[in-house]
Design a protein. Structure first.
Length: 322
């Protein structure tokens, strides 16, 4: 009798999700920095329903229960340390209405310092809520707890097995069809008794024909750490500002090229002003609503008092809907 009840429940859940499509995602990337920090990662995720808060897919149900699972494998080096991270996790969520959804992720994340064969595990936790207010404000609030080596805060994150707890907030304001105002930030607490604060304000205006996505504007970024640490970058005050651009151009029916670029002037602590840039170039095959794949390149570079730092990242993603 118990097994029959379980089968009936599974059947009912399947009916509830009949209108939605399942989503399989694979992505891979390689990041290298000027100071010889490297991170290679592969991620696989499966979701019973495809979701993108604030930009629904065609035919997406107005509400429903979500679930899925995923895994990631990360390797790299920082300073004298080599490391491996293996994370397996489960996903559950709820789309409450067309304007509101929540999602929770948790699992086991093992980090190994291969230089001394030490390894530790933690239970990462991510809780996120997305809310669309009217037609002009899309908000996201999230709490994330995990290892922090993934932010390339090396080598301290590996040698000390440092974790962090972060509260994220993101607000996208669209008061008109062409104007986009984005405010993103995070507050983090680290197990090495440090803490950080970050804010990014971005204002862009859409120009050009309707079928393309040309955005031009400016942005300002501020970062602050409470304590100095010798084994990762911890500015007491970092300020960056400058023009920003985005271009998304479809061509040949199924292809799409995208370019994002930020030019900036920045000041780290009370030192001299420097200059830098951020670029992200990608090529996508397949439309967003269908199976698609993307390959791209990202570079971050800064120059201050004759010293240059940079980070290069190659990435690939594949999305399959069925």
């Amino acid at each position: 009798m118990r097994n029959i009840v379980i089968l009936i429940l599974i059947f009912k859940v399947s009916l509830l999700h009949a209108a939605d499509m399942s989503h399989f995602n694979f992505d891979s990337s390689v990041t290298d920095t000027r100071d010889h920090f490297t991170l290679r990662e592969q991620n696989i995720t499966w979701l019973k329903n495809r979701r993108y808060p604030g930009w629904d897919y065609t035919g997406e149900s107005p509400s429903g229960f979500d679930y899925g699972f995923g895994a990631s494998y990360k390797t790299g080096s920082g300073g004298v340390s080599q490391f491996t991270g293996i994370n397996v996790f489960a996903i559950v969520g709820q789309k409450w209405s067309p304007n509101s959804s929540s999602i929770l992720k948790t699992g086991i994340h093992q980090l190994e310092n291969k230089s001394n064969s030490k390894k530790h595990s933690t239970a990462p936790l991510s809780i996120e809520h997305n809310q669309l207010v009217g037609k002009w404000l899309n908000s996201r609030l999230a709490y994330v707890s995990d290892w922090n080596y993934q932010d390339l805060q090396l080598s301290g994150a590996i040698e000390s097995f440092t974790r962090k707890k972060t509260i994220h907030h993101s607000f996208l304001i669209t008061p008109s069809t062409n104007l986009r105002i984005s405010l993103r930030g995070r507050n983090s607490e680290y197990t090495d008794e440090n803490s950080s604060y970050h804010q990014d304000l971005d204002i862009k205006y859409k120009i050009g024909p309707t079928e393309t996505w040309y955005l031009i504007g400016a942005g300002v970024e501020y970062t602050r750490f409470e304590q100095d640490k010798v084994d990762y970058w911890t500015p007491h005050r970092f300020l960056s500002l400058g023009p920003r651009f985005e271009i998304v151009q479809p061509f040949a029916e199924k292809f799409q090229i995208a370019l994002a670029a930020n030019l900036n002037r920045f000041q780290d602590e009370s030192s001299n002003w420097g200059d830098g840039f951020y670029t992200n170039l990608s090529l996508q095959y397949g439309k967003r609503e269908n199976t698609n794949m993307k390959v791209g390149y990202e570079r971050i570079q800064s120059r201050q008092s004759g010293s240059i730092w940079y980070s290069d990242r190659l990435f690939f993603s594949f999305n399959y809907f069925y």
